[in-house]
Design a binder for this molecule. Structure first.
Ligand code: CTP
Length: 407
């Protein structure tokens, strides 16, 4: 299900102190099931031995362009042809200059020049080198040729100084790899709006009505849709999760703000997935000053319903609407009622009384129901896999609509 499985990826490693992070990157790419070939510059081998990369990738790295006994003749050309993606991490200023000027001198720049596959470059160097006009010009040149530049991040550098120049985090680089490899996926050209997390309805400046939603299901849906090529807008309630890369994230707090962001995001959208646990009620007003304990013996907070976002979006031919139903009783009957009331194409129902699934856990056990009466019970699985199944249903509904429209 993971879109790295069986993909042919080449990782180019050039000489920077951050090569140690590239070992972790190579390990994670391999664990995700990709076929990974590592190529190194001679400078990179001064920081980490090729044998370390061999250990994590299970394949002999290529680091010597003068090797008289390579496994394959003209290794750089062969690897460049096979590759579905070349990632250069870390990428030094020297490497970027060689690539920008077309002056290859070692395996990594030779392969980068020879490949027609997409290229991701992740710079890492001291800030002064990064900010130098020569480096900036080369980076602009690479960007203008369609190369995806990822990072660098700001932080503490090997020199002890703070500034831009740190290699991006491994998870961030993997996010970009998934995005680039997924661009031609079955949701390419589709715009998908996903909501995630709960909402906070403020009572006073420090208190709010909220719920236990962590946002994990919605974030997994946003990532999976991105991995299948969609343009994704993620409207997120308060959540501790980092925004997924290559996803437009709109952060909101209250149900009313979520409604506005969803309505704006749905312009031109093909799919809306409401995974958020939206509060059903909000205090009539947010009091200006903090409520004091001495104020009253008992406290009642008058509340009014929040806007029902799925209802307000309405139904229109071009927008496929997916809701979620978290229920503690009569799961299927309640979910069916919500399909009718909210005019949904699909609803994803889960029983919130189960302790191993649902709110704030990494796994979910759901039933997917459709407006035609269909129903599929999925076993307990990671939320990313649940997301993948939901998107499978969405892709087939979109295909059905397309063929209906063409008939
Ligand atoms: N939803 C919404 N706007 C709201 C509340 C919910 O769009 N104000 C969406 C949720 O994101 C979810 C679906 O509606 O996709 C069902 O949410 P749920 O809270 O289960 O439904 P309610 O209609 O609020 O019904 P209940 O009385 O069971 O809470």
């Amino acid at each position: 299900m993971y879109n790295l499985a069986d993909r042919n990826i080449v990782l180019g490693v050039t000489g920077s102190i951050s090569v140690y992070k590239a070992v972790d990157l190579a390990s994670k790419i391999t664990q995700a099931g990709a076929v990974l070939n590592v190529i190194m510059t001679p400078e990179a081998t001064n920081f980490v031995s090729p044998i370390t990369f061999q250990g994590v990738s299970g394949r002999r790295p290529y680091n010597d362009m003068w090797d008289v006994n390579p496994d394959i003749a003209e290794a750089h050309v062969a690897l460049a042809r096979q590759a579905e993606l070349l990632v250069v991490a870390p990428a030094t200023a020297t490497f970027m200059a060689r690539l920008a000027l077309g002056l290859p001198e070692e395996m990594v720049s030779l392969t980068a020049l020879a490949t027609r596959a997409p290229v991701i470059v992740c710079p890492a160097m001291d800030s002064q080198m990064y900010e130098h006009p020569a480096t900036q010009e080369h980076l602009n040149t690479l960007g203008s040729r369609g190369i995806q530049v990822v990072g660098p991040e700001e932080g503490r550098l090997a020199s002890g100084q703070m500034g831009p120049g740190r290699l991006s985090e491994v998870e961030t680089i993997i996010g970009w790899i998934r995005h680039v490899l997924g661009r031609a996926g079955d949701l390419a050209g589709k715009k998908v709006v996903v909501t995630a997390g709960g909402t906070h309805e403020p009572i006073d400046p420090v208190r709010f009505i909220g719920n236990n939603s962590s946002g994990k299901m919605g974030y997994a849906l946003a990532e999976a849709a991105r991995d299948r090529g969609a343009d994704v807008v993620l409207v997120s309630g308060p959540s501790a999760l980092p925004g997924p890369v290559a996803v437009e994230i709109v952060r909101v707090r209250r149900a009313a703000e979520m409604r506005d962001a969803v309505i704006a995001g749905c312009a031109g959208a093909d799919v809306l997935i409401m995974a958020a646990a939206v509060a059903d009620y909000q205090p009539v007003e947010t009091v200006r000053d903090k409520i004091k304990r001495e104020q009253a013996e008992t406290l009642s907070i008058p509340m009014v319903p929040t806007p029902d976002i799925l209802m307000e979006v309405g139904s229109r031919e071009a927008l496929l609407k997916v809701g979620f139903a978290a229920e503690s009783q009569d799961l299927i009957a309640n979910a069916r009622r919500k399909i009718e009331n909210k005019q949904l194409d699909l609803i994803v129902a889960n029983d919130i009384t189960a302790s191993d699934a649902g709110f704030a856990t990494d796994n979910n056990r759901v039933v997917i129901l459709d407006s035609a009466g269909g129903q599929a019970q999925l076993p307990l699985m990671p939320k990313y896999d649940v997301a993948w199944h939901i998107l499978d249903r969405i892709v087939s509904l979109l295909a059905g609509r397309k063929s209906q429209a063409e008939a």
